[in-house]
Design a protein around this ligand. Structure first.
Ligand SMILES: Cc1cc2nc3c(=O)[nH]c(=O)nc-3n(C[C@H](O)[C@H](O)[C@H](O)COP(=O)(O)OP(=O)(O)OC[C@H]3O[C@@H](n4cnc5c(N)ncnc54)[C@H](O)[C@@H]3O)c2cc1C
Length: 250
């Protein structure tokens, strides 16, 4: 079986996010980019399935501009065999066009299983892999914390509200998305990083267009006022007054 893992490059959570001039996205200047943490779970699971002798090859696939190859190299350094770069500009289009382009590229790979993160930590749509499954016409198990793959079947466990579990069985090919708890992603070793530089990265150009929705506005939360420090027991009446009159919490 061939496993394709969808890998998105996202800003590091430590990055300071600023909006672009027209407020329709964020300013890319000075951003530190990483592999989406949920995709690390997906890569790890694919490697474990291959190591258990249930898959022959793991290919990682990302859509976006040239900079995203760095995230694909991170996944290659973890142990994936090959990468596919679905090449776009900085403007990737809406969720549906991202999913359509990825689904088209997956079709060309003849994958038995598509693994992905359940969510990208930047745009947080929880949607791309589900749409990929729809475009491929295959089953899907979303937000999965345990997975078993056997022959042409997959069994997936999902945690739902209140600690309850759901178990899904499906025929492969299919799409499974990973969440925390599925596994503990490995770190790339130094030899892994060196080998990753020589692993193949195929570049494919998606068909242009196909977006059905337009992102019109982004906004950041209002800046919080600076905190105030009160010293000494004599300030207690003033603190009580402010809690009552300004903060209105008592
Ligand atoms: C209406 C609308 C318009 C938009 N317009 C633009 C635009 O003009 N320009 C722009 O740059 N963005 C735009 N975006 C954002 C962009 O489309 C999002 O990246 C996309 O919607 C996917 O959402 P997400 O990244 O939150 O993925 P999620 O659905 O949260 O991601 C889940 C998983 O899918 C996989 N995945 C997601 N994206 C990729 C990818 N690119 N490559 C590989 N795997 C992936 C990963 O495994 C990831 O963990 C727009 C979004 C919307 C809703």
């Amino acid at each position: 079986m061939h496993i394709v893992v969808l890998c998105k490059q996202v800003p590091d959570t430590e990055s300071r996010i600023k909006l672009n001039a027209d407020g329709t996205g964020f300013d890319m200047e000075g951003i530190k980019w990483i592999l989406n943490p949920y995709d690390e779970y997906a890569v790890e699971e694919a490697l474990k399935i291959k190591e258990a002798g249930k898959a022959e090859k793991v290919t990682v696939m990302g859509l976006g501009p040239d900079r995203i190859v760095e995230a694909l190299r991170t996944a290659l350094a973890m142990g994936a065999d090959a990468a596919v770069h679905v090449k776009t500009g900085e403007d990737t289009g809406d969720t549906s066009s991202v999913a359509k382009a990825l689904a088209d590229a997956v079709k060309a790979q003849d994958a038995g299983l598509v693994l992905a993160g359940c969510r990208a930590i930047d745009d947080d749509m929880f949607a791309v892999p589900c749409m990929v499954a729809e475009y491929l016409g295959v089953g899907q198990a979303h937000v999965v914390s345990k997975l078993e793959v056997d022959g042409g079947k997959a069994k997936a466990w999902r945690d739902i509200d209140g600690g309850a579990k759901q178990v899904i069985e499906m025929a492969l090919p299919g799409v499974v998305t990973a969440t925390k708890g599925l596994n503990e992603p490995r770190y790339a070793s130094l030899p892994g990083i060196m080998k990753a530089k020589r692993k193949p990265v195929e570049v494919v150009e998606p068909a242009a267009g196909g977006a059905k929705a337009k992102l019109v506005k982004c906004s950041l939360p209002a800046e919080r006022a600076a905190g105030r420090v009160f010293e000494g027991v004599e300030s207690v009446p003033e603190v009580v007054r402010l809690l009552r009159e300004e903060a209105k919490v008592i």
